[in-house]
Each structure stands twice: as structure tokens, then as C-alpha cells.
Ligand binder design. Structure first.
Ligand code: BDR
Ligand code: CA
Length: 310
């Protein structure tokens, strides 16, 4: 069983990542921490707790993270995820208490208590992960890998060359990418191939349980934003669940090992992930970069996972 901590900013696609982690017994979700990103820190924390209430996993400890990125003011993505950060479905109010500690304290406690190494999955800006590494360097060895959704090789979805999660907190990303911990990156290059098509969303609408009904609403909302022809999509790209899908089924993906770093300066490119595909720098290959996905198998995993709830 793979032990993980999920640091997320729900967020429609974060919600699917969380759902996959809960539905599949090969993953042991030890804690959920939330970052400021898709919405304000209050809203992303509340959303994580609403999702855990919906999916009847109130036993999982949850803590809220830093209120702002390390150096920049917070920029949110209400245009993508709506006013609440999870528009499109009626979700229950949280019926359990948040942990009386910060996200980085919860990560530290979870790592100390785990005999096995733990994988840190990050599906929002990397603020909490970076702060954790700075405040608790002695616990770094307990993390066997950081799997994150963020960045791109030559693409952007927030500026022409910058992906949203890295855009929000590039300095945090730089700390994480240079921490010496093995990394798996799900960049836009793969997540834009991980699209769910409208008929597949309709098929989710046919799954008869309250969790699938809620995700049907969430997916319809998320899909609308991506209907703009500028993207050239046929559906909605499910970015964040690529991380959990890779942990569950690495054979669904093609990847390449290379050095990845972040540009933190620059008028046009602050937050761009620089992926050394051709090994031009000689720097250590710190990142397994996911580049292709078996899309039908990925969608099947989501369908099968949603069917496990009642
Ligand atoms: C990333 O940005 C957020 O809006 C999504 O939740 C995902 O983590 C995609 O660029
Ligand atoms: Ca996210």
C-alpha cells in the first residue's frame, strides 16, 4: 500500500484526485493539506472538508496551509473553478473538525508517525511543500518522492509559457525542485491529453450514487470553461488526477527522466518550468516527466472509482 499526503487546492480536478486516492485501496491517504491557489485559503480548506464529508472520509486529518505564496500576492482562478472554487454541485457542509495545526505541522506529524516512507502529492501551488522543506529539513528523508501537477514543456495556461500552479508561487516551486527529492511531474503536455469528453461525463451522470452525482455536476461546470475554441479541446483536461493515476498505474503513462528547474526572474517567463529534454546542462535528472497517457484507461479508472461509493 502506497502511503501519501495530498496537498491540494480544490478545485474541480483536485477533487477528482482526492476521489481517486480514497476509492483505491492501493493508496493509503494519511492526511490532506490545502494550499491557496484556485481559491482563497479559507475556500480551498472548506472545499477539501466538504469533499471528505461527501465521500464519508471524515477520519482523514485535514489542515490548512499558508495564506499567501512565499513572495507574490495570491492570484486565484475563480474564472476556472467558480466563486466557491468548486462550483457546479451541491456539497454537504463539513461535519468534522479541522486539525488544530498548520499544514506543515500536519505534514511533519504524519511523517514522524509513519514507519514507511511517504509520497507527497502536490496538486496546487507548492507553497506548503516549500515551507515544509525549509522548516523541517530533518524530515526530508521520510519523503520518498514528490509527485506534482504543474508546469509544462513549452506550454502555458495562465501566461503563454507558464502553468497556473507554478505561476502562483514560482519561488516555492524552485525550492521543491532543487530539494534533492525524486520528483514526478505531470505537466500540461500530459494533462492536456487527459481530457474527459462530454459523452463520458454523461456516463458518469448515469452512475447511481451521491458521489458520482456530485462529480457529474462538477465536471459539467469544469467542462464549460474549456469549451472556448482557443484551447482546441474536445473535453476538459483532468490535470490533477494524473498524479494519483500515475501512482496507481504507472504503466498508463510514458515518461522521460530529465532536469527540471523554474525561472523565477523575467518579464515574460517568471514561473516557466525549464525542462532539459536534450541534457544540455548536465544537471542531475531530478524529475520523471510524464509525457503521454493511455486516455481510455485513465477515464475507465475514474469511472470504476466513482462506482465504489455508496
Ligand atoms: C492546475 O491549475 C488549477 O487550476 C488546477 O486545479 C490544476 O492544479 C492546472 O494548471
Ligand atoms: Ca489544483
Amino acid at each position: 500500500m502506497k502511503k501519501i499526503i495530498l496537498d491540494c487546492d480544490p478545485g474541480h480536478d483536485d477533487a477528482i484526485a482526492l476521489m481517486l486516492a480514497l476509492a483505491n485501496p492501493e493508496i493509503d491517504l494519511l492526511a490532506v493539506t490545502t494550499s491557496a491557489g484556485n481559491q482563497t485559503p479559507e475556500k480551498t480548506l472548506n472545499n477539501a472538508m466538504r469533499l471528505l464529508t461527501l465521500m464519508h472520509h471524515q477520519e482523514i486529518p485535514v489542515a490548512g496551509g499558508n495564506r499567501t505564496p512565499l513572495l507574490k500576492p495570491l492570484e486565484t482562478a475563480g474564472n476556472v473553478h467558480g466563486k466557491s472554487g468548486l462550483d457546479g454541485a451541491e456539497l454537504p457542509d463539513p461535519d468534522f473538525a479541522v486539525q488544530d495545526m498548520t499544514a506543515i505541522e500536519l505534514i511533519a506529524k504524519t511523517l514522524r508517525e509513519s514507519i514507511d516512507p511517504v509520497t507527497l502529492v502536490v496538486t496546487g501551488p507548492m507553497t506548503n511543500a516549500a515551507l515544509f522543506l525549509r522548516v523541517y529539513p530533518e524530515l526530508k528523508a521520510k519523503i520518498d518522492r514528490i509527485v506534482y501537477m504543474g508546469g509544462a514543456m513549452g506550454l502555458g495556461n495562465w501566461t503563454p509559457s507558464v502553468e497556473f500552479n507554478i505561476y502562483v508561487d514560482p519561488e516555492a516551486a524552485k525550492i521543491v525542485m532543487n530539494a534533492g527529492i525524486p520528483l514526478t511531474m505531470a505537466p500540461l503536455n500530459v494533462t492536456h491529453k487527459a481530457q474527459i469528453l462530454k459523452p463520458e461525463i454523461e456516463a458518469i451522470g448515469q452512475i447511481d450514487n451521491p458521489v458520482a452525482h456530485a462529480f457529474y455536476g462538477l465536471l459539467n461546470f469544469f467542462e464549460l470553461y474549456h469549451e472556448n475554441p482557443k484551447w482546441g479541446f474536445q473535453g476538459a483536461p483532468l490535470h490533477d488526477p494524473c498524479t494519483i493515476a500515475w501512482l496507481l498505474h504507472p504503466e498508463m503513462f510514458k515518461s522521460d527522466l530529465m532536469n527540471v528547474d523554474v525561472e523565477t526572474q523575467g518579464e515574460l517567463v517568471r514561473g516557466e518550468t525549464v525542462c532539459d529534454y536534450y541534457e544540455l546542462t548536465g544537471k542531475p535528472k531530478n524529475t520523471d516527466v510524464l509525457l503521454d497517457i493511455d486516455r481510455p484507461a485513465f477515464i475507465q479508472l475514474i469511472m470504476d472509482s466513482l462506482k465504489t461509493f455508496n
